[in-house]
Design a protein around this ligand. Structure first.
Ligand code: CMP
Length: 142
């Protein structure tokens, strides 16, 4: 789905990962972000494959599944797929669209440079990872 740059930036502003960015930094990220639509049921990232992009859900819902077990449900504003881009190992889980979705994707090539040059982005990714670990710990204890 092709979107104009201003629509893309509008969508980026609705996502916590980017919401605090200045216009200049939003534009920098937008240059490396593609907006794509996918139908319900589509596998957006596949467990054990190498990851090529960060996925940010703009509209719709998805689930994270490992070996057929649901680990998490994702909604608009959530990002996913960062782990492979950080440690260069295969995807830890699959991500499957539960409804029709609209995503922003950032290719692995651009991910590191953006983390290093866009203020606050690294922190937000880090906080997202910590939140996930806390939830996983809670789920472990029950
Ligand atoms: P990655 O391993 O690249 O691809 C699968 C993604 O699922 C992973 O990055 C995380 O973004 C996400 N993920 C993995 N485990 C969990 C979890 N327990 N809770 C939420 N998201 C997860």
């Amino acid at each position: 789905m092709a979107r104009t740059s201003s629509q893309k930036i509008e969508h980026m502003q609705s996502v916590p990962l980017f919401a605090q960015l200045s216009r200049r930094h939003l534009q920098r990220v937008a240059r490396h972000a593609d907006e794509v639509a996918a139908p319900a049921g589509k596998v957006l990232a596949r467990q054990d494959e190498m990851g090529r992009e960060l996925l940010i859900i703009v509209e719709g819902q998805a689930r994270v599944e490992r070996d057929g077990h649901v680990l998490a449900r994702l909604a608009a504003g959530d990002f996913v797929g960062e782990m492979s881009l950080i440690d260069h190992k295969p995807r830890s889980a699959s991500v499957i669209a539960e409804t029709d979705v609209v995503l922003l994707t950032i290719h692995s090539r651009a991910f590191r440079p953006l983390l290093d040059s866009v203020p606050g982005m690294k922190d937000r990714i880090l906080v997202g990872l910590v939140e996930r670990l806390r939830r996983a710990d809670e789920n472990l204890i029950g």
